[in-house]
Design a protein around this ligand. Structure first.
Ligand code: GLP
Length: 249
């Protein structure tokens, strides 16, 4: 299912609706979280709903997709810092249920296995929120990632490091390595919500939907999942073959 909306604001509202409906119907449940600029407005809308009493997050278990390796969890650019600043500290999240991979672990392979086991022990992910990189990456699964890959250490491409540089004082501080849920891990989520806004995502969205099913575009693996809901703005949808209709609300 694809919703194409006129603006990033409408995308964020629709995404917040889907997340809220999903969590309310589950009376909690397990939500997979993503980072990145695309997510900021979505978290802001979820915070609005918490403040208006529409939703509580205290019974929800959270698993973030990824974290950098080698920077402290309190570092400005860490994904844990991002999540606390934009969401966790602004709602009633139970800190014991807010999980990210530990990028400071001295044994990343064991940490990856621990993270996978924790997801399984929580009953799996009900709804996984996903952004997309301009090169088609999901989580930090860069082009070339196997569709069956599990949580593991990965090397980031220069393009991805440059895209994430605004979260660091200097571009050179962006770590080269990260630990990410694998594509296989992501595909085990019961439902996936993929969000894309902006012209710079148009090629990746088009490749994901109608390009070859190939590790060259990690997001193309989502076509193997039976329950993916894509919400894009008109700019991100502009290269989709056959896309003529734009919903405006
Ligand atoms: C990072 C994250 C991805 C996210 C991507 C897009 O690389 N690891 O999960 O989808 O950024 O971010 P943005 O929304 O800033 O374009």
């Amino acid at each position: 299912m694809i919703d194409i909306l006129a603006s990033p604001d409408l995308v964020a509202l629709r995404a917040a609706d889907v997340i809220t409906e999903g969590l309310v119907s589950l009376c909690g449940g397990t939500l997979g979280l993503a980072t990145g600029a695309t997510m900021l407005q979505i978290y802001a809308r979820l915070v609005d709903r918490f403040r208006s009493g529409t939703i509580s997050f205290c019974e929800v278990t959270f698993f973030n997709l990824d974290e950098y390796i080698g920077i402290p969890r309190t570092a400005t650019g860490s994904f844990r810092t991002f999540m606390h600043r934009c969401f966790f500290d602004l709602v009633d999240v139970d800190p014991a249920r807010a999980h990210l991979p530990d990028g400071m672990s001295s044994d990343v392979s064991s940490e990856a296995l621990r993270y996978e086991a924790l997801i399984r022990a929580s009953g799996g992910i009900d709804l996984q929120l996903l952004g997309i990189g301009s090169n088609g990456h999901i989580g930090f699964n860069e082009p070339g990632s196997d569709f069956g890959s599990r949580t593991r250490e990965v090397l980031l491409t220069e393009a991805t490091r440059v895209a994430n540089a605004p979260y660091f004082a200097k571009g050179a501080e962006v770590p080269h390595r990260a630990v990410t849920m694998g594509i296989g891990t992501i595909l085990e989520s019961r439902k996936i919500l993929l969000i894309a806004t902006g012209k710079h995502k148009a090629e990746a969205i088009s490749a994901a939907l109608s390009g070859p099913l190939s590790t060259a575009c990690p997001a193309s693996a989502l076509r193997r999942h039976p329950n993916v809901h894509i919400i894009c703005d008109a700019a991100a949808a502009s290269h989709i073959v056959g896309c003529v209709a734009v919903q405006t609300q």
